[in-house]
Design a protein around this ligand. Structure first.
Ligand code: NDP
Length: 334
């Protein structure tokens, strides 16, 4: 009998999630049935959507999320013992999974692709759905051309840091907004952004005018809210906006914050604004991941990770990520 632990969410979060909203439950896993595998978790992902989807979930629920593990027992010949697998089994240390059972669009079980020696943890980051979000969310929607000016918010985070670097690979001028001077320095010095700005301390409209005197052609929006209205109001004719996330509102309760009206800019500048869910592009994974692997191996793309150690520290990693502690992808090593 294998003892497993999992995080159960007991409450609808009020503002910033609290430790008492979660309970770590210990339980016995049943013996495997035909087709099932036992996974020992190695890496767990903490993500903003785990905050956002709390509002939409039925309480209580097991905390879902992407994770990487190793098969410890198997009654499925496709997944022999020792195979590294990626699943959506969430914040648990051991779990049972079955191929082909899909409870949500993200709920897939797959064998870790060949990362050419890169860390398996990247399967929940740059070489998984996060990488696909940045790659497809930016290239498919913004369709950037060399020489254009691209703005990214949430620029030092998992998705944003990749978008900015992909924009540089495509020959664009890149301006990023992030929440600390340390992140600003990192974006400019380590990741090659042309300009980074601390949205907490600058006058966003003025600083953007100075950084992008010819206007903005593409905007990759991770945060929503007023900063997005300011950026969209500085866009050029036929500008493209990819709406990826709205993290500035995830911890809000009740009525949503208001932001400056966008329609005048959308109309006068012929803007195209499109939202997406990365699951829509899942089929692109086999094409995109090898390209991202090559970019990382050749040094064109840095896949930064912010690693927290220990199963008991997942909650801290989660709220730390929401508060902006991470540079790159926030992951937990179990
Ligand atoms: P990040 O690694 O970017 O972590 C979240 C970051 O958000 C923090 O580090 C913090 O950085 C920033 N942040 C927190 N609160 C605020 C706020 N009030 N205003 C502005 N920034 C804030 O997370 P991800 O890269 O995983 O996700 C980025 C966005 O992409 C999220 O909105 C997420 O929901 C979305 N997403 C959407 C997907 C889709 O399919 N559409 C798929 C994956 C992600 P800072 O210090 O800069 O404030």
């Amino acid at each position: 009998m294998v003892k497993a632990r999992k995080y159960v969410v007991k409450n609808y979060f009020k503002g910033v999630p609290k430790r008492e909203d979660f309970e770590i439950v210990e339980y016995d896993l049943p013996p495997l049935k035909d087709g099932e595998i036992l996974i020992k978790t190695e890496w767990i992902s903490v993500d903003p959507y785990q905050r956002a989807y709390n509002k939409l979930s039925k309480i209580p629920y097991d905390q879902f999320g992407l994770q990487v593990g190793v098969v410890k027992e198997s009654r499925n010949p496709k997944f022999p013992v020792g195979t590294k697998v990626v699943s959506h089994k969430g914040w648990c240390d051991y779990t049972i999974a079955k191929d082909g059972v899909q409870a949500s669009p993200l709920d897939h079980l797959y064998i870790l692709p060949d990362f050419k020696g890169l860390s398996p943890s990247l399967a929940v980051g740059a070489l998984g759905l996060i990488g696909l979000t940045a790659y497809a969310g930016f290239l498919e929607i913004c369709k950037p051309k060399a020489g254009e000016t691209v703005v990214v918010t949430g620029a030092a985070g998992a998705v944003g840091s990749l978008v900015g670097q992909i924009a540089k690979i495509k020959g664009c001028k890149v301006i990023g907004f992030a929440g600390s001077d340390d992140k600003v320095e990192w974006l400019e010095k380590e990741l090659g952004f042309d300009k980074a700005l601390n949205y907490k301390t600058v006058d966003v409209a003025k600083a953007l005018k100075e950084a992008a005197p010819k206007g903005v052609d593409c905007y990759f929006d991770n945060v929503g809210g007023e900063i997005s209205s300011i950026i969209i109001n500085q866009m050029n004719k036929f500008g493209r906006v990819s709406v990826c996330g709205s993290i500035s509102s995830y911890n809000e309760e009740g009525s949503m914050p208001k932001a400056t009206i966008l329609q005048p800019a959308i109309i006068s500048q012929n803007l195209m604004i499109q939202g997406f869910l990365v699951s829509e592009w899942r089929d692109l994974m086999p094409k995109v991941v090898p390209e991202l692997v090559d970019w990382i191996k050749s040094g064109q793309l840095k896949a930064a990770e912010h690693v927290t150690e220990g199963f008991d520290n997942i909650f801290n990693a989660f709220v730390g990520m929401l508060a902006g502690e991470n540079k790159g992808k926030a992951v937990v090593k179990v």
